[in-house]
Design a protein around this ligand. Structure first.
Ligand code: FDP
Length: 281
């Protein structure tokens, strides 16, 4: 596992350099979800593929930028799913973006998840790594990631990050979000999943939501590349991650690019989501 963390750290340092120097422009290619890719997406994908290919213990990798998983080493043990540059549409406006990784033993099933990690490329580069024991924060300083502290969530927070287009929200979802704001929650939504969830995690709690809505019944965020890794981290930090009714880590994607509605946060807020969604069934 140490070799995997080191490979992720090396990738992050190279991606940060690419973000700093890259000419920002849209490439002609589209990813498998039909979005226009930034060249930085492609470059970040290649960097991570190259670094992970050097770790002999890795059997298969799956990237959000590729249609199918890729076998690296038949005798390897780990499977890694990653989103090389999440929120890449924010690069040109100079907001924070990130890379997300989920580590599995044997197959891409949440029951086989053993670690998870994300990197935030902001004014500083930070990395959060969770294994079965801890959620650890690292800071990139002088070319190396240094351990800062362990992270944990409070039972209740004060931040609300409501994703999706309000016009398409279910009435009970809108009423629930409104009710949080009425009780003093503060809006914090940049449109980048990594920095938005990082803020909730570091400031002790709150709620990030990307619901199923009439325009996107299964939400937007991909289970393997975005939802499972953050669910693993939030649960290890003492919080919760659900699809409205049940733990997202109890869901099995049928296809590597399947999406799911998702809610991440501290216990009280997520419990409230589940009672509102259960009552609405
Ligand atoms: P992006 O499309 O910029 O890559 O991964 C998808 C994502 O960003 C998340 O980072 C972000 O939370 C979400 O989409 C934002 O979606 P909306 O624009 O629908 O709010």
């Amino acid at each position: 596992m140490n070799l995997i963390l080191e490979a992720i750290q090396k990738s992050a340092i190279r991606i940060k350099k690419a973000i700093d120097v890259k000419d920002i422009g849209y490439s002609q290619e589209q990813n498998s979800s039909g979005e226009t890719q930034l060249q930085l997406d492609i470059q970040s994908d290649l960097i991570i593929e190259e670094e992970l290919s050097r770790v002999v213990g890795i059997h298969t990798i799956a990237s959000e930028e590729k249609e199918h998983p890729m076998v690296l080493n038949e005798s390897g043990h780990y499977c890694i799913a990653f989103d090389p540059l999440d929120g890449s549409s924010l690069v040109d406006v100079n907001l924070s973006v990130g890379s997300i990784f989920g580590v599995y033993e044997g197959e891409f099933s949440p029951s086989k998840m053993v670690a998870s990690c994300y990197v935030v490329y902001g004014p500083r580069v930070e990395l959060v790594f969770a294994d079965k024991e801890n959620v650890s924060l690292y800071l990139l300083q002088n070319g190396e990631f240094e351990f800062v502290k362990y992270l944990s969530l409070n039972k209740r927070g004060g931040i609300m990050a409501p994703g999706g287009t309000q016009q398409f929200w279910a009435p009970y979802h809108k009423a629930m979000i409104d009710s949080f704001f009425t009780r003093g929650y503060r809006l914090r939504y940049s449109g980048g999943m990594v920095p938005d969830l990082h803020q909730i995690l570091l400031k002790g709690g709150g709620l990030f939501s990307y619901p199923g809505a009439s325009d996107k019944p299964e939400g937007k965020l991909r289970m393997l590349f975005e939802v499972f890794p953050f669910a693993f981290i939030f649960e290890r930090a003492g919080g919760k991650a659900v699809d409205g009714l049940k733990r997202v880590l109890e869901k099995e994607p049928r296809h590597v690019h399947d999406t799911s509605p998702c809610f991440f946060g501290s216990t009280d807020e997520v419990n409230e989501v589940v009672s509102v969604y259960t009552a609405a069934q």
